[in-house]
Each structure stands twice: as structure tokens, then as C-alpha cells.
Write a protein that binds this ligand. Structure first.
Ligand SMILES: Nc1ncnc2c1ncn2[C@@H]1O[C@H](COP(=O)(O)OP(=O)(O)OP(=O)(O)O)[C@@H](O)[C@H]1O
Ligand SMILES: [Mg+2]
Length: 356
């Protein structure tokens, strides 16, 4: 078994929010991330999925020290990052890089691509000569599928997919060991999404990177992930290897997520008993007692309203937090179709400056 590079232990991030008017202020605590523990191994891709507001971005930001953890540990190569000073954390951010959801919005429109990609080099390697910086920047542009001669262009001259390539180049230029990708394809056209997912997958292999790949949708992470972690209202519901999570999901929430993904083939889609997840996510200001998923769970019992299920480790090393997971039927039927759907996504050329 490879040793973990990152160990997140019992990590909680709470936000205190005020509501009400001048004389009637109420204070609430949002448990955006609540006692979360998991590992990421060397050269492994961990997918993190869950609906909007379940705490994925907060978790990513807490790993990078961009938001303060209430409690718990983020152990990076044996050292706990929680509690490090801003200056100490800055050094670690060479090793752990973040890629954002909105590629265009995260690039400074007044800077050339060359300056954008070179910026982290100037921070972490101030003694590099201009020539060395240029060479490194052009090398990394090539690696991510951009043309080195585009170095003096500006972000507005590029498509969304190409801007994400620039964001990836900027993250990789300093040779990180872990890259946290926070919904790197959600803002892109579906036809472009597969290209960026494939690019990240190739780069992960080539550079032996560890990746955390965050997405709303299970079908997006299927292609890249070795393991998948499913979150709901700040908590981990299930962590399993890629095949188990699709073929034998143990948690009712994971099953609901899989069952609600549409199959692109209309005949198969009609023939399938698709059930979408019923009800809204409860307010994070007032989460349900017991299992946080019980208000939407078709298998919930009285016990689920009282007991918080522990994240139980199964014989195969996968983990699930459900009081009733042993009673659920082991196999879902839709999983092969999902695989077909994802790989059927269009491959179009995204390398021309005027492309989509
Ligand atoms: N700075 C903040 N102050 C107060 N509450 C916050 C703050 N940042 C996030 N939250 C709350 O924490 C919870 C988790 O938010 P987060 O952005 O981490 O979710 P997410 O899973 O990334 O959602 P999405 O899929 O929409 O990006 C939400 O209820 C959100 O409103
Ligand atoms: Mg988010």
C-alpha cells in the first residue's frame, strides 16, 4: 500500500453567520465541513462529489490554508498544516496548488499568458533568469496543449477551454505534488469538458501527481478518479474505489446520485427507472439530527433520526456512513450505461485561439 501524501483528520470548518435586524440579531453556525477524515496517496486521483453547498470548496480551501479550520489536522508529508503561519503556509503552496472553476474569471485580463504562467515562478524561484522563466513557461504551455508562440497573447483571446489550460499551466509550472481541482470543468461546454478531464488525467500520469478532483456530478469524476469521496451537508457519506462506487454503491445518497444521472441514449434512458433525488437539501443553518441524509433517504428509520452513523471501514477498505448499508441490495443496474455516456462525449479541437 502506498503511503498517503495527505492525511485529513477530523477536519471541521465552521462559519459563524448573523441573521436578523438591528435589535434581533441571531447567530448561527454553519458546519460547512464537519469532522471529515480521508487520505490522498502519492500519484492518486481522489474525486470529491456532492450537491451544491455540501462543503467541497470549503474543504479544498481548508487544505490550502485559505480558510481557518475549527479543529482537526491537515497532515501534508507528515507535517500538520493547520496552525502554520501565513508565511509558512505560503511555502507549502508550491507543493499544493489549486485550480479554480471559472477559468476566465481567475486570469488577470491585463496580463499576458506568459506573465500569468510565470507569476508563481517569480514568487518561488526569484533567482531564475528571464530566459529560464521563458523556457519553462513555454515548455509547460506545450505540455498543456497551448502553442508556445501564444505567450504574448491576452486571456480574452482564448476560449474557455484554453483559459483552463492556462490555469492548469500556472498551477503546474512550479512542480507541485498535489493539485486540488475545484470543479475545473463545470463552467465549460460539455464538448470541451472531456478534453480538460482527459488532459488532467494524462498530466497526472505523466507527472505522477496526486489530484483532488471536485465535481457536482459522478459521471465527470468517473473517468479520472482512483477513488471517490461522496459528501453531503459537510459530512462524508462514502469513500470507495472507482469501480465499487459505480457498481456497488453502499450509501443511499450515492445510489441516488447515480440514479439521477441521465443516460445520453434516449431509448435506454426511457427504459430505465430513473429516480431523481427527492426534496431539497436541508438548510445548513439547521441540519437534521442523526444522519444528515435521513430527510431524503428512502430507507430511513427512526434510528436514522437519532444516531449519527459512523464512517465504517468495510472488508475491502471502502468506507460508508449508513446504519442500514448491509440491508441494501448490492448492485445497481445503470452503471455500464453511465460509462458509455461519459466516453461518448465529443472530442473537438480546442487548440485554435478562436475555438470554443
Ligand atoms: N465565507 C463563508 N461564510 C459563511 N458561509 C459560508 C462561507 N463559505 C461557504 N459557506 C457556506 O458553507 C457551505 C459549504 O459551501 P461550499 O462553497 O464549500 O460548498 P460547495 O460544495 O463547494 O458548493 P458548490 O458546489 O456550489 O460550489 C454552504 O452552506 C455555504 O453557504
Ligand atoms: Mg464549490
Amino acid at each position: 500500500m502506498r503511503s498517503p501524501v495527505l492525511e485529513v483528520r477530523d477536519l471541521s470548518v465552521h462559519f459563524r453567520v448573523e441573521t436578523g435586524r438591528l435589535f434581533r440579531r441571531d447567530h448561527y453556525t454553519i458546519r460547512a465541513v464537519d469532522a471529515v477524515s480521508f487520505n490522498v496517496h502519492s500519484a492518486e486521483t481522489l474525486g470529491i462529489v456532492g450537491e451544491s453547498g455540501c462543503g467541497k470548496s470549503t474543504l479544498a480551501r481548508a487544505i490550502l490554508g485559505l480558510v481557518r479550520a475549527q479543529s482537526g489536522a491537515v497532515v501534508w508529508l507528515g507535517e500538520d498544516l493547520v496552525g502554520l503561519s501565513e508565511e509558512q503556509m505560503r511555502v507549502k503552496r508550491r507543493e499544493i496548488q489549486l485550480i479554480f472553476q471559472d477559468p476566465q474569471g481567475s486570469l488577470d485580463p491585463r496580463m499576458t499568458v506568459g506573465d500569468i504562467v510565470a507569476e508563481p515562478l517569480k514568487t518561488f524561484y526569484p533567482s531564475m533568469s528571464r530566459m529560464q522563466v521563458r523556457e519553462r513557461v513555454q515548455g509547460i504551455m506545450k505540455l498543456v496543449g497551448l502553442l508556445p508562440e501564444q505567450i504574448n497573447r491576452y486571456p480574452h483571446e482564448f476560449s474557455g477551454g484554453q483559459c483552463q489550460r492556462i490555469g492548469i499551466a500556472r498551477a503546474l509550472v512550479v512542480n507541485p505534488r498535489l493539485v486540488v481541482c475545484d470543479e475545473p470543468v463545470s463552467a465549460l461546454d460539455v464538448s470541451i469538458q472531456a478534453q480538460i478531464v482527459n488532459l488532467l488525467k494524462d498530466l497526472q500520469k505523466k507527472l505522477q501527481l496526486s489530484l483532488i478532483f471536485i465535481a457536482h456530478d459522478l459521471s465527470v469524476v468517473r473517468h479520472v478518479s482512483d477513488r471517490v469521496l461522496v459528501m453531503y451537508l459537510g459530512r462524508i457519506m462514502e469513500v470507495a474505489d472507482r469501480d465499487s462506487i459505480y457498481l456497488q454503491p453502499r450509501h443511499p445518497y450515492t445510489r441516488a446520485l447515480i440514479e439521477s444521472v441521465p443516460i445520453p441514449d434516449p431509448v435506454k434512458e426511457r427504459a430505465r427507472a430513473r429516480r431523481s433525488l427527492e426534496g431539497d437539501i436541508p438548510s445548513p443553518l439547521n441540519p437534521p439530527a442523526g444522519c444528515v441524509f435521513h430527510t431524503r433517504c428512502p430507507h430511513a428509520t427512526d434510528a436514522c433520526q437519532r444516531e449519527v452513523p459512523l464512517l465504517e471501514t468495510l472488508e475491502n477498505g471502502n468506507q460508508v456512513a449508513c446504519l442500514h448499508h448491509r440491508e441494501l441490495a448490492p448492485v445497481l443496474e445503470v452503471s455500464d450505461e453511465l460509462e458509455e455516456g461519459q466516453s461518448a462525449q465529443v472530442e473537438t479541437d480546442d487548440t485554435s485561439p478562436s475555438g470554443a
